[in-house]
Design a binder for this molecule. Structure first.
Ligand code: ADP
Ligand code: ASP
Ligand code: MG
Length: 405
């Protein structure tokens, strides 16, 4: 059994949907049971978000999910029609029809369980099963969505629950590259990448795979193959870490332009402060990424953190409520930032990557606003206008020259 996922650009037009149908038919005729997960047609999810924003600055989350889920409903129907037109029996399923059960965190729901009975029944009848990505249903039957790029997670989760032989992620690039090929023409396709490196790449902005899909793939050892819808070439396999991967200092550079930075200015430095600020943000299911706090001699501290841009208005509203209670002198927000990261399992055994990264950025006159590190990753926040340049110079030094400058 194969699970194939086709992203928005792969189903952007009727012509492409017909091409996808032909590919799916070929896989079925080669003797596989095929479950297909599709995204909304390219641009559709953005269009729907913009519609909601014309009515409300912070739209009601339940209704927003009902709206966003409609994009994928259109594409499952069109692909199923195209398959039937080719003589291939097919059946579309929305998230609640399969029953992809999630928690109730609208806009970023987690998959809890997938009831695969109907999918298996369909497959046993010889049908290709076409499942709407990105959506699920909570225990009270509310429609939920999984967060941007969430169709990847739908596909990997289905592959895990169905015990599929592989999950193929079909997209508009040839696989996972050393950096975004749209930014850096010298980016190289990786034949294999470890689950852990891919988790770091995804969490730092390499949107070719959504992070939760990679976490899921690692947890359930799902063989994932990222490849192009259009070329038919072998792409990139996600695999367990291999010894040879440690030879490379850095395996990739990632860029994330989808975060915003919020600063609480000159807050009195006392125990409980951070808990008071971050508690309500966590209750609103907003994921905080980097945090910096630095106490000054006058007993106050500036506290800066980053959140997804899509959540920054919500986060700001919450912080503005907490600010008087923690006696902050002001709240600032900056959406004009980018996070640039270098990732590689080789960093575990090599010192000096951070220092070299800072040196390379300094040489270009790029100021670093925030820094965070993990065992196999270093991230910096810089002004958005320098993002592409930073990616190219870091890729040149770390990937092409492997740090030997
Ligand atoms: P889909 O609609 O198929 O889900 P996405 O737009 O979500 O496709 O993801 C594919 C895009 O991810 C590519 O077009 C590319 O610009 C971007 N990308 C960012 N980093 C990388 C990377 N390291 N390797 C490959 N693609 C990347
Ligand atoms: N359509 C959704 C989005 O644009 C989900 C996806 O494409 O994976 O984020
Ligand atoms: Mg995607």
């Amino acid at each position: 059994m194969l699970v194939q996922k086709y992203g928005g650009t792969s189903v952007a037009t009727i012509e492409r949907i017909k091409q996808v149908a032909a590919k799916v038919c070929a896989a079925k005729r080669a003797g596989n049971d095929v479950v297909v997960v599709v995204s909304a047609m390219a641009g559709e999810t953005n269009r729907l978000i913009a519609l909601a924003n014309q009515i409300s600055e912070i739209p009601d989350e339940r209704e927003k999910d009902v709206l966003l889920a409609s994009g994928e409903q259109v594409s499952v129907a069109l692909l199923s029609l195209a398959l039937k037109e080719l003589g291939q029996p097919a059946r579309s399923y929305l998230g609640h029809q399969v029953r992809i059960e999630t928690d109730n965190a609208y806009g970023k729901a987690h998959i809890r369980n997938i009831d695969s009975r109907k999918v298996v029944e369909s497959l046993n009848k010889g049908e290709v099963v076409v499942v709407a990505g990105f959506q699920g249903v909570d225990e009270d039957d509310n429609i939920t969505t999984l967060g941007r790029g969430g169709s990847d997670t739908s596909a990997v989760a289905l592959a895990a629950f169905l015990n599929a032989a592989a999950c193929e992620i079909y997209t508009d690039v040839e696989g996972v590259f050393t950096t975004d090929p749209g930014i850096c023409p010298n980016a190289r396709k990786l034949a294999r990448i470890s689950y852990d490196e891919m988790i770091e790449m995804a969490s730092t902005g390499a949107k070719v795979l959504e992070i939760r899909s990679v976490v899921f793939a690692k947890k359930y050892s799902v063989p994932v193959h990222v490849r192009s819808t259009f070329s038919g070439l072998e792409g990139t396999w996600l695999v367990d870490e291999e010894a040879s991967m440690n030879d490379l200092l850095v395996s990739g550079v990632a860029c994330d332009k989808n975060e915003a930075k919020i600063t609480l200015q000159r807050v009195p430095d006392r125990p409980g402060l951070a808990a008071q600020i971050f508690g309500p943000i966590a209750e609103a299911h907003i994921v905080v990424d980097m945090i910096i706090q630095n106490a000054s001699e006058d007993g106050t501290t500036d506290l800066t953190f980053t959140v997804p841009k899509a959540d920054h208005k919500k986060a700001l509203a919450i912080v503005e409520k907490t600010a008087p209670a923690v006696e902050a002198k002001g709240v600032k927000v900056d959406t004009d930032i980018a996070k640039i990261s270098v990732v590689g399992v080789g960093m575990r055994t090599h010192a000096g990557v951070a220092a070299k990264m800072f040196e390379v950025l300094a040489r270009e006159g790029i100021n670093i606003e925030m820094i965070s590190t993990s065992e196999i990753k270093i991230s910096v926040v810089i002004e958005a206008k320098h993002a592409d340049l930073a990616v190219r110079v870091l890729h040149d030094v770390f990937v092409e020259k492997q740090g030997n400058v």
